[in-house]
Design a protein around this ligand. Sequence first.
Ligand SMILES: Nc1ncnc2c1ncn2[C@@H]1O[C@H](COP(=O)(O)OP(=O)(O)O)[C@@H](O)[C@H]1O
Ligand SMILES: [Mg+2]
Length: 344
Amino acid sequence: MSEKRIFIIEYAKGSDKGFDGFRPDTKPILNAISEATGIDTEVVFYRPNRKYDLLEYLKEHAYAVISRINPGNLKAVDEYFQFLKALSNAGVEIHTHPDVMINLDFKDILAKLKGTKLGDEGTHFYHTYTEFVSNFPALLDNYGIRVLKTNYGSTGEGVYLVSKKEDGSIFTVEAVNNEKYYYEDINEFLHKFESNFEADDENAAYFQGKAGFVGCRYLERIAEGEIRVLLVGEKIVSVVHKKPQEGAFSATLFSGAQYKYESPDEPKWKEVVKLTKSGLKDINPYLSGQQYPLLWTMDYIMDYDADGKDSYVLSEINCSCVGISTQLEVAKEVAKVFKKRFKK
Ligand SMILES: Nc1ncnc2c1ncn2[C@@H]1O[C@H](COP(=O)(O)OP(=O)(O)O)[C@@H](O)[C@H]1O
Ligand SMILES: [Mg+2]
């Protein structure tokens, strides 16, 4: 009988590939794991029309599977989550488990965390257009400016800054490309926005109730950047300060933002590290009995508290395929998790 191995699954297509067709961090992660554990590793591609073959292959050969696919790249995400679930049911260790991804990797977690230190009171999840129409206009009047995030979005796609001017006209900017739109009034905006709400797929196992948008407070200190806390399991391994280009609203690398990688021990990150550590207990109920993700981030934007001191507002969690191509030393931390579990 052949020895079992540790796998990474990638999607064959996507903009996240290196010259050889793999994500640039895939081989470094697998090499670090095999060095730490002595266990062989392998990369496979997920192809939806060959998923049953892959399922059988992995059931036979895998101890553990690390999924490195951005759900945004898949057409049938629900089907992929069910595939991972089937592997998990067959006894294969899955990172990140789909029961965890469905809870943490989508923006509605921001609304669920309301009432904890990680949640911001101004956050709402609009599953349907009806909910949106009955709640959003009043909040927009109140705040003058709001942020709307597609529940499934990534890399700034479907994240809109919405502002209302004195004359009642509406102005929106999309984070992915800083594309700007004008609407004469709230009714025109609501009417145009309706098409962004999708109906639930009746056959979905995972995605019931997940379509829609999360509305948040606009945090003007985004101009100072986004603070990404990178974790391996429960351990904070680095803090990345992402600063948007002058005048831009998006902090994604693609939009030209500057990234600075720093140690979590730097005194200036003390508060955000403390908040993240204490927030783990609030994340815990959403793990559905699984482990904390192998490699994940909590992204924050700065704000001021009532005393005018710096505070941090959680703006998203990523746990499906956080890239570490520019910080490959993190691969060693990932490998430690497997060393603990699979040391012979
Ligand atoms: N509450 C907010 N206030 C101001 N800007 C925000 C806010 N939330 C997100 N942004 C901006 O929009 C970008 C994309 O939003 P984010 O929540 O990170 O979604 P994703 O990265 O999945 O597209 C962020 O990088 C940031 O620049
Ligand atoms: Mg983001």
